[in-house]
Design a protein around this ligand. Structure first.
Ligand SMILES: [Zn+2]
Length: 238
């Protein structure tokens, strides 16, 4: 099965996508962790119809690429006051803010407890919580990366040159040509299954830089349930 690349205009730019044809009745659109878009269309669907459907789903595609609103730390409902919920590894935790001389954040009894010198100052709370997320992301991603490497029959060939955790605007992760793995730090709010999927997808790029058949054969072999994990990740936005 061959894939061809097309694009449709959207906003000030355009959305590029790979088009695959399959024996099926409906059209399916999905967005990869690295922001690339795949469209699977029925074999006999006219190209004009396919382009029209992709155009209609353009804002959804952009939203997928940009990120899940609930993962964004600055959405309007995030006031950084006690009682509101925050995501960590796919679970919601209630924020609890207490005054304390030692400033720190910890998960305790199902709550995200913030010890702050100034518990009524939401900016201070936000900074403490964000710093905690950054620290947790660095530690957790390193731990998951080591486990994901073991999925491969030859783990030593899937060791990235480095791991960088940063905020990416339109994707979960990427693997640079110099074999540097970059992960979106907002991913720490998603479940471990989703984190592993993103990491494993990117590790497969150490062998195949494109999304060809060989790439997906490798991904299938090391993570047979990747499609379910991906779907779960996408549903959190729907
Ligand atoms: Zn990819």
């Amino acid at each position: 099965m061959t894939a061809r690349t097309f694009s449709v205009p959207y906003g000030n730019g355009e959305i590029d996508f790979r088009l695959k044809r399959r024996q099926r009745r409906t059209l399916a659109i999905s967005v990869d962790p690295d922001g690339s878009v795949e469209v699977i269309a029925p074999i006999d669907a006219p190209l004009g119809k396919v382009l029209e459907k992709v155009r209609k789903r353009a804002s959804w595609i952009r939203r997928q690429q940009r990120f899940f609103i609930q993962f964004q730390p600055r959405t309007p409902d995030r006031q950084y006051v006690g009682g509101e919920t925050h995501l960590y590894l796919g679970r919601q935790y209630k924020l609890k803010i207490v005054q304390h001389i030692q400033q720190r954040v910890k998960l305790y009894r199902g709550q995200l407890t913030v010890q702050s010198l100034r518990p009524r100052n939401a900016d201070v709370t936000r900074e403490l919580v964000e710093q905690w997320y950054r620290d947790r992301a660095r530690e957790k991603f390193r731990e998951r990366l080591a486990l994901c490497q073991l999925r491969f029959p030859n783990p030593a060939e899937f060791v990235p040159a480095s791991l960088t955790v940063m905020q990416l605007r339109q994707r979960w992760g990427s693997m640079t040509p110099r074999r540097k793995l970059i992960l979106n730090r907002l991913l720490i709010r998603a479940s471990v299954e989703a984190i592993d999927y993103v990491i494993t997808h990117e590790l497969c790029h150490m062998r195949y830089s494109n999304h060809g058949q060989a790439f997906f054969q490798l991904l299938d072999s090391v993570m047979p349930d990747w499609q379910g994990r991906k779907l779960k990740l996408e549903r959190q936005l729907a």
